[in-house]
Design a protein. Structure first.
Length: 56
């Protein structure tokens, strides 16, 4: 799972580098430094711009 590219939770499209996305996640309880991409990959759900605009 760690090596997989993130995908839109609605349409399943792979998220590419520099692409604008919207993220649904819980605010972390702990403070500290972390690898942001790994954290998002494990703790967040992504929406591509097209799916986000359809919901709005």
């Amino acid at each position: 799972m760690f090596g997989d590219k993130p995908k839109c939770m609605k349409c399943g499209k792979e998220i590419e580098g520099e692409e604008e996305v919207y993220i649904k996640m819980k605010w972390p309880k702990r403070k500290g430094m972390t690898e942001i991409k790994a954290y998002l990959q494990n703790e967040a759900a992504f929406l591509c711009l097209q799916c986000f605009e359809q919901e709005a």
